[in-house]
Design a protein around this ligand. Structure first.
Ligand SMILES: [Fe+2]
Length: 383
């Protein structure tokens, strides 16, 4: 799968990030572990130089995992040395960016490993089946609508007290009409109704690009779903399981989220509506720390459930720069800004996102056909 990378590459690349953007910049006499790694483990930074094609990362059988671990040890030691000195604010910012970058790749390891194991016809599990309290017989909480007054909203991150990515700022005002959000994520049961109503076969429900995508890829269900003896099963981190109806539908593209919303007589929230609502929600939920690595059924009964964790929520917003956005100077300016075309914004983090990584202003982004991340649907509507 051309979008996924081997875990060994993620480990080497996150190491490379500290070497390239911190050690080369901050250590006068820094000698690289191996000079060729500068290009080998570069992901997409044109200012740093050339790199292997992304789709070919899986053929890098050398350096071996042992060599990558040795590279990691070498960089760790150099980083400890650098951190023992007084660092400039610019260097501190780069180290912090490197840590947050590594968290992003840790999440990608989960989704890439899941995709890689699923691609094996044996559908081997990542880990043994857990005895979970919330099982196939859990109650489905009815969907309710939560009203928001709209008006002028302050959107985006600001200040120096906490880390945020450059694409989360500058903070600016956005005017919102009154709107409603669904109290929880869309469930498998609701999505199955859409499938049973021939949702994948009705062109009028789909955006033009989405309809092409459905037909070209012969999509009839979310990624990882397959029918066994008339029942829907799906691949999870614990292997193949019957689809649990009360759980949120997962691994759908923007096109599917958009078509489902249209079928349901609703729409997706804009990223600004989502952020306006999320600001009053505590940053807690089924995040990486629960260890579930799978979305869970809504059960809290709170006004707005599952805003953080469980699944990244597709929004109706194209990934664009906020007014007066300026990427950082130098190569790290390529981190976010140059991807602001042909991608949609997702909000809220997933069951593979660490709690310390997510916040109300966080903007994730993927192309509208992407499905292998933990992505789901929350409906919205006018008030
Ligand atoms: Fe990266």
């Amino acid at each position: 799968m051309p979008d996924a990378s081997p875990a060994k590459w993620h480990l080497a690349h996150t190491t490379w990030f500290f070497e390239t953007f911190v050690l080369f910049e901050c250590m006068e006499d820094y000698r690289p572990f191996q000079a060729e790694f500068r290009n080998l483990f570069n992901s997409y930074y044109n200012a740093v130089g050339d790199r292997p094609l992304r789709a070919l990362r899986h053929i890098l059988s050398r350096p071996s995992l042992n060599e990558v671990h040795a590279y990691r040890d070498y960089i760790d030691e150099a980083m400890v040395h650098v951190l023992s000195d007084e660092l400039s604010p610019e260097a501190v910012a780069l180290v912090t960016l490197g840590i947050n970058h590594e968290q992003q790749h840790q999440e990608l390891i989960v989704t890439d490993v899941k995709n890689g194991l699923w691609a094996n016809p044996l559908r081997p599990p990542y880990r043994a089946l857990e005895d979970r309290k919330v099982g196939a017989h859990a109650r489905v909480l009815p969907l309710a609508w939560r009203d928001f007054a709209g008006g002028m909203q302050s959107i985006g991150a600001e200040g120096r007290d906490f880390f945020y990515f450059d694409n989360e700022g500058p903070r600016h005002d956005v005017y919102l009409e009154p709107y409603r959000l669904a109290s929880r994520l869309t469930t498998n049961a609701e999505y199955l109704e859409f499938m049973r109503d021939a949702g994948y076969g009705k062109a009028e429900l789909w955006l033009s690009d989405g309809w092409d995508c459905v037909r070209n890829n012969q999509w009839t269900a979310p990624l990882y779903w397959e029918q066994r003896d008339g029942e829907w099963w799906h691949y999870t981190i614990e292997g193949m399981k019957p689809v649990a109806m009360e759980e949120p539908v997962c691994h759908v593209s923007y096109y599917e989220a958009d078509a489902f919303a249209r079928w349901a007589g609703a729409r997706l929230a804009t990223e600004f509506e989502w952020e306006g609502a999320a600001r009053s929600c505590p940053v807690e939920g089924n995040l990486l720390e629960t260890g579930a690595l799978h979305p869970r059924a809504a059960e809290s009964g709170e006004a707005l459930m599952q805003m953080f964790g469980d699944l990244w929520e597709w929004t109706a917003s194209a990934y664009l720069p906020y007014p007066n956005f300026k990427p950082a100077a130098g190569a790290v300016g390529e981190y976010n800004g140059k991807f602001m075309c042909n991608q949609m914004v997702l909000r809220g983090g997933s069951c593979a996102t660490p709690q310390s990584h997510i916040r109300a202003t966080y903007r994730n982004f993927f192309p509208p056909h992407a499905r292998w991340q933990f992505m789901g649907i929350r409906l919205a509507n006018g008030n």
